[in-house]
Design a protein around this ligand. Structure first.
Ligand code: MCN
Ligand code: CUN
Length: 792
């Protein structure tokens, strides 16, 4: 019986197909890090700071060490003796593995215990006595650079204030000039609050250090196993070839699993000290309070236009809260991530952005939660500013966007901040969204409801992303170039295995990468196994984030398969005794084959060729045996997916509760490998967007206590809060990707928050509301309706 399911009868490659990995997931047969159990394994628990900012006066571990089940208690002072108290972050800062001098955010790692079981390890934490000399914390990002603000990073030599970095992009003089001659200028401060990716599986690791062989195996919840291996080698001084990082099934990453966390290092140190495998698993609060956050930008937006709606310029200053340590994962040249694409989908004359990043007494992180390296923030800025301009001009937000879109014939388009958009047809995507929404009827309905005092809002957003980092000449992390390896082997019987540098966290790579190879080789996706997430068994590459897997590794997989096909042609030519150029590649439901040109069905199948490649008999001169290919793919450019979103909300005038009634999403990610998986990515991202716009919030009180430390406080949307998505598609292939695919994994998270906020503000127009900051909880919406400022 075939286990292969194909919904649209295209069994050989691209197309709708159920996910291969779900066979194990729906049967509960996935293997997550916490499922790893090794003989003699010990368990690790982390003691975390209860306060946001304090000097450590003393740590007394004697009682914990005396616990009968405790094998080791480790403090920052002990790590410092071995030079391991501080580790590098992905953005060139350092982060405490365990605090030595001070704690700098609530939840920071202060000590860890390794014990025989998880309960004993937790119990022993309570036996550790830490004396803190509590210091004033910096909680408000706007206060961080005040002269009298307490200094957070006194660990850094010569540091006098909480400044983290400055960055700018665009042309300040040209932008000032267009603002000077603009007929209309609109200004607004926009806050994209701190949120958290909150993956279902928290972070964790199992470290197994073999003292005899001096080899380390680390199972870890990582989105970038190879990069982590290199960094661990550089940091811990272990030879890289004796480190194996395994990222098994991962229960959601969303950027939360890109950084190297202190917990991974604790597990390694614990295993080295005890000589036994050590497991560390975060609980939910640890994940929410101490692991990589997202956003936290305060943006001053300014947009300049003519009175007839021609957008001339965009200017922005961003105050970026990077928390206690700059743990952002972004290519080295882009400390503000890809915020530079903040000019969005519009052909304007000039743009300029300056950014000041600061340290606060909050958890480190930064680039996470399906953000496309800060494009979520950039899209929010431009799409709110365009709506504010539309309101100022009394224009419909759709017609204003249509008037200013980059036109299809302008691609490839170089933006005013230097990004080369590869391809696009924005009016077509917008028109499709309007069609699905029935936009004119919606506006008519709104007018009618308004006349009855009902609060219906229609919000529009249009986004362009830049995803698929490299190229390596422009993009690296800590000096590691952003290219991806890929290795394809075709077995004698014609099935294949592809080994990838990227690693799925739920995106369905085992299916889509098999489909890519299947499409090129004319074999069934079920006959292609995908191996990833194991540095010993996959080629080098920088991992999965920034929706780069399809643009970079996907391209690598296609080109590897084409190399195999080129070799297959040579072998087929030998088998058929014709010249290679006299062969024609054909593919139908039964598979792929080389036929002699003009003589159908006389040729050899890919399976026959594979057997010959490995089997007895001569191969053509110069052709080696086997049917394998290996490639390291360095993309020419990023890919630029885009989309048009329309959100319809109803606001209850009595309770200020926002209900999302409809959500229309037209996405263009070029050629789609698997429609179903793409839709799943979009559905998930839209839910994320509704969550951020309406309820998700990592807040802090004045003492620096995190107020989002459980799923009772940090609200994420459920099926009750989201509508049935209405998705549409346009396809504008990327000219430089071998099958024209663009990334899609973050599109909906990036594009949807402004659509929701624009809809709520539109609903509140009756109250004269011009703007309200996320999350638009009932209390915030209520405040806005009272004409008062929202509470901080
Ligand atoms: N795809 C496709 N056709 C395209 C583009 C993509 O069929 N034109 C498929 C891909 O082959 C892949 C999936 O869609 O199976 C997502 O592809 P891609 O856009 O390349 O993104 P990545 O695979 O690199 O995934 C990363 C991206 C990011 S950065 C975050 S954050 C996020 C996201 O994916 N995290 C996720 N979606 C997620 N989905 C799940 N379930 N879990 C996460 O942690
Ligand atoms: Cu910005 S979150 Mo994804 O790039 O892993």
């Amino acid at each position: 019986m075939s286990t292969f399911v194909d919904n649209d009868q295209r069994p050989l490659g691209h197309g709708r197909m159920l996910r291969k990995e779900d066979r194990r997931f729906v049967r509960g047969r996935g293997t997550y890090v916490d499922d790893i159990s090794l003989p003699g394994m010990l368990h690790l628990a982390v003691l975390r700071s209860p306060v946001a900012h304090a000097r450590i006066v003393g740590v007394d571990t004697l009682a914990a060490e005396a616990h009968p089940k405790v094998k080791a208690v480790v403090t920052g002072a002990m790590l410092a003796e071995r030079g391991l108290a501080w580790m590098p972050t992905l953005s060139g800062d350092v982060q405490a593995v365990l605090a030595t001098d001070k704690v700098r955010f609530q939840g920071q790692e202060v000590a860890f215990v390794v014990a025989e079981d998880r309960y004993a390890a937790r119990d022993a934490l309570e036996l550790i006595d830490v004396e803190y000399d509590v210091l004033e914390p910096v909680v408000d990002v706007r206060r961080a650079l005040d002269d009298d603000a307490p200094l957070i990073r006194d660990d850094l030599e010569g540091k006098r204030d909480n400044h983290c970095f400055d960055w700018e992009t665009g042309d300040p003089a040209a932008t000032a000039a267009v603002f000077d001659r603009a007929e209309v200028v609109v200004r607004q401060e926009l806050v994209f609050p701190r949120v958290h990716p909150a993956p279902m599986e928290t972070c964790g690791a199992v470290a197994d250090y073999d003292r005899v062989e001096e080899r380390l195996t680390l199972w870890a919840t990582t989105q970038a196993p190879h990069a982590h291996r290199t960094l661990l080698s550089m940091f811990a001084g272990l030879p890289e070839h004796r480190i194996r990082v395994v990222s098994p099934d991962i229960g959601g990453g969303f950027g939360n699993k890109v950084p190297i966390y202190p917990g991974y290092v604790h597990a390694i140190v614990g295993s080295m000290l005890t000589g036994r495998p050590v497991k560390w698993t975060e609980d939910r609060t640890e994940n929410l309070v101490a692991s990589g956050f997202a956003r936290d930008y305060v943006m001053q937006g300014e947009i300049a236009a003519t009175r007839d709606g021609r957008i001339l310029g965009l200017r922005s200053h961003v105050l970026a809260d990077h928390g206690a340590f700059n743990g952002t994962a972004a290519p080295r040249k882009f400390p503000g991530g890809f915020f530079g694409v903040f000019t969005g989908s519009y052909d304007l004359e000039a743009a300029y952005c300056s950014m000041t990043a600061v340290h606060t007494n909050k958890a480190p992180g930064g680039v996470a939660y399906a953000c496309s390296f800060r494009i979520a923030e950039a899209v929010y800025l431009v799409e709110r500013m365009v709506d504010l301009l539309a309101a100022e001009l009394g224009r419909d937000p759709v017609s204003l966007r249509m008037q200013n879109f980059i036109r299809p014939e302008q691609f490839p388009y170089t933006s005013r901040t230097g990004w080369v958009y590869d391809s696009g047809d924005y009016p077509r995507a917008m028109a499709e969204a309007l069609r699905i929404a029935g936009y004119d009827e919606l506006r008519a309905e709104q007018a009618e409801r308004r006349s009855r005092g009902e609060l219906m809002g229609i919000g529009v957003s249009f986004f362009t992303e830049a995803v698929g980092a490299g190229p390596r000449k422009d993009m690296d992390m800590l000096g590691l170039g952003m290219a991806d390896g890929c290795e394809l082997r075709v077995h004698p019987t014609g099935s294949a295995v592809i080994r990838l540098a990227v690693q799925t966290q739920g995106q369905g790579h085992e299916t889509t990468f098999a489909q890519l190879v299947a499409e090129e080789l004319g074999i069934r996706p079920d006959d292609v196994d995908v191996v990833h997430g194991d540095t010993d068994n996959t080629p080098y590459g920088l991992g999965t984030y920034g929706s780069r897997s399809t643009p970079v590794s996907g391209a690598a997989a296609v080109l590897a398969a084409r190399r195999v096909r080129d070799k297959a042609r040579l072998i087929a030519a030998g088998m058929l005794e014709v010249a290679p150029e006299d062969l024609e590649w054909t593919k139908d439901d039964s598979g792929g084959r080389f036929d002699v040109r003009g003589v159908p069905d006389t040729g050899v199948t890919i399976q026959q060729i594979a057997m010959r490649a490995h089997g007895a008999g001569d191969l053509p001169a110069g052709v080696e045996g086997g049917l394998d290919a290996q490639i390291s793919y360095n993309p020419d450019n990023l890919t630029y997916p885009f989309g048009a979103y329309i959100c319809v909300v109803d606001v209850d005038p009595g309770t200020a509760v926002v209900k999302v009634r409809r959500f229309i999403a037209v996405d263009d990610c070029g050629t789609r490998i698997n429609e179903m998986i793409v839709e799943g990515q979009i559905h998930g991202g839209l839910a994320d967007g509704i969550g951020m716009a309406l309820m998700e919030f990592i807040g802090f009180d004045e003492h620096g206590n995190c107020l989002g430390g459980s799923l009772m406080d940090y609200l994420i949307p459920t099926a009750l809060e989201v509508p049935d998505w209405e998705c549409g598609t346009t396809v504008t292939p990327s000219p430089h990707h071998p099958i024209g695919a663009k990334g899609v994994g973050e599109s909906a998270t990036v594009g949807s928050p402004p659509a929701v906020v624009n809809a709520v503000v539109d609903a509140l127009a009756l109250y004269g509301v011009r703007h309200a900051d996320m999350p638009l909880t009932p209390s915030r919406v209520w405040e806005a309706m009272q004409g008062r400022a929202a509470p901080p």
